[in-house]
Design a protein around this ligand. Structure first.
Ligand SMILES: [Zn+2]
Length: 280
């Protein structure tokens, strides 16, 4: 049994809690921290925000700890984000994998695209959250919501998220806690209109993450899109692209998915109406 385990802060990424455990444990190696927490040094896919071996960890939490697997999944991992487009059966499978020891097929079950384009390159932070966390808790931490692909603005402060100096790819190798040295702004700023659009986009994602179950599969989604677009008179590549540009603005779409803008019409019709969804 562990002698202590940090109490996760609100919206703290699971990886971040482990980082704080590592710092406080005084362990000299990341290996020892992995052994402490999971009884194994096997690879974990923290970089996806979908850790596994949660049952092992929860079983050895210190006496009196009330932290549950469900709490970890819902509040500290990207499980609520990825489950949005998974059927109930797929959600159950993902949950089993995250509770258990096997990590290899997590990305596949969560249907995460292999393209690196879909992953943030660096862990992100909000400068205002950083300042408030330091004031309130005396330390800062990696926020879960800041690491979600489509979320580019802080939901609390409505400011753009900044890249820290910690590469997401480093997460699998060690436990790097957020601090004032690695959370240094990257200088990126957005004009007010883009910021507002990014914030609205983030709000949509946040709402989706609260919704549990009911996804009927990608084919069902495609049918829903078709029906809605037809009623709006937008079931046509060019018109759909124009409507999307009008709704979100080019600035916002470029931040969220730069490559999409190279051929917006083809991209949206491929995504929403593509036949390849059936085999996905
Ligand atoms: Zn913030």
């Amino acid at each position: 049994m562990l002698s202590f385990f940090p109490i996760p802060y609100p919206d703290e990424l699971f990886y971040s809690v482990m980082c704080r455990y590592h710092v406080r444990s005084g362990n000299r190696s990341f290996r020892q921290t992995k052994l402490d927490l999971f009884n194994t040094v096997g690879s974990k896919q923290y970089y996806l925000g979908l850790p596994n071996s949660l049952a092992t960890l929860v079983h050895q939490l210190p006496f009196g700890s009330s932290l549950t697997i469900n709490q970890l999944l819902q509040e500290h991992t990207l499980f609520p984000y990825y489950r949005t487009f998974l059927t109930n059966r797929e959600v159950k499978r993902l949950r089993e994998l995250m509770e258990g020891k096997e990590s290899k097929s997590i990305a596949q079950v969560a249907k995460i695209p292999k393209l690196r384009l879909y992953y943030p390159e660096y862990l992100r932070f909000c400068p205002q959250c950083l300042a408030e966390d330091l004031q309130q808790y005396g330390e800062t931490f990696w926020h879960r919501n800041h690491q979600i692909s489509g979320i580019r603005g802080c939901l609390t402060h409505r400011v753009g998220l900044q890249n820290s100096r910690v590469l997401v790819s480093e997460m699998g190798k060690g436990f790097i806690a957020a601090d004032e040295n690695n959370c240094v702004g990257d200088g990126v700023s957005y004009d007010e209109e883009v910021l507002q659009g990014l914030w609205e986009f983030s709000k949509v994602i946040e709402e989706k993450m609260k919704y549990k179950g009911g996804f009927k599969g990608l084919e069902g989604l495609m049918d829903e899109y078709k029906e809605s677009l037809m009623s709006l008179g937008l079931l046509e590549e060019k018109r759909l692209a124009e409507a999307m540009l009008k709704r979100y603005g080019e600035g916002v779409l470029r931040v969220i998915h730069p490559e999409m803008m190279d051929n917006l019409g083809e991209y949206v019709s491929g995504c929403l109406l593509g036949c390849d969804m059936k085999s996905a």
